[in-house]
Write a protein that binds this ligand. Structure first.
Ligand SMILES: CC(C)(COP(=O)(O)OP(=O)(O)OC[C@H]1O[C@@H](n2cnc3c(N)ncnc32)[C@H](O)[C@@H]1OP(=O)(O)O)[C@@H](O)C(=O)NCCC(=O)NCCS
Length: 202
């Protein structure tokens, strides 16, 4: 049965990645990570993302975590410096459904971190939270994000695009869904990829 409150605190480990809770001392790294054009373009983060925004973000993350409404974890390779973030939110226990999201800091991209983190959290959501319908909402122009989705076993659904007004004009978000049974295979194929890219093996 799916948990009524999402577990806190939580650490998920695998494939050279450690997903851990955000900490107040992550503020400087968080601001550097989120004050960046691709984050502004493809996510709902405020831009510019300054220290004030960072404090509010960490506070909201903490409240969401202790309230059990969402999972919001820093992506690290060793439990130390945050290199990105992966989230699970919008949980519908009746439908056994949730949405996931991710971002990786500019200097740490294309090393398998987003796909490793998404696979880890998707696997946890399926196996430990018993959520069977995992969704991503992605602007079709965001080729990096659609590549991550595909690599992790998500596929486009036929659902109509979600239309939005954003600072860059009207946008639409496609809905992607994890194809059942893909996380195990994906995790197997991803094994050690992130670790290798960081020069160590698990
Ligand atoms: C999208 C994002 C999280 C990808 O992070 P990442 O750690 O670089 O992704 P990975 O290294 O796991 O790459 C996974 C796949 O995406 C591909 N990819 C990554 N960046 C890409 C890019 N800019 N263009 C094309 N493909 C890209 C990789 O080559 C890899 O493909 P492969 O399976 O063929 O090897 C990162 O670019 C980002 O933070 N962007 C801004 C925030 C954002 O868009 N978040 C998602 C909102 S829906």
């Amino acid at each position: 049965m799916a948990a009524s409150r999402l577990p806190y605190p939580l650490t998920l480990t695998g494939d050279g990645i450690i997903l851990r809770e955000w900490r107040s001392e992550d503020l400087d790294d968080l601001v550097i990570m989120l004050d960046e054009p691709d984050i502004a373009r493809w996510t709902p983060m405020p831009s510019p993302f300054d220290v004030e925004a960072g404090i509010a973000y960490l506070k909201r993350a903490y409240q969401g975590r202790i309230g059990g409404q969402r999972i919001q974890l820093a992506i690290t390779t060793d439990g130390g410096r945050p290199l990105g973030e992966v989230l699970l939110f919008g949980v519908d226990l009746g439908l056994k459904e949730a949405e996931l999201g991710y971002l990786v800091g500019r200097g740490h991209r294309r090393r398998g971190l987003a796909s490793g983190a998404l696979s880890l959290l998707s696997s946890y959501a399926q196996n430990s939270l018993n959520l069977s319908r995992l969704l991503l909402r992605i602007d079709p122009g965001n080729t990096a994000s659609t590549a991550v989705a595909r690599r992790c076993g998500y596929r486009l659904t036929g659902e109509p695009p979600i239309l939005q007004e954003g600072p860059y004009g009207p946008t639409s978000l496609d809905t992607w869904e994890l194809v059942e049974g893909r996380t195990g295979a994906r995790l197997e194929r991803l094994r050690n990829v992130a670790a290798r890219r960081y020069g160590r093996r698990t």
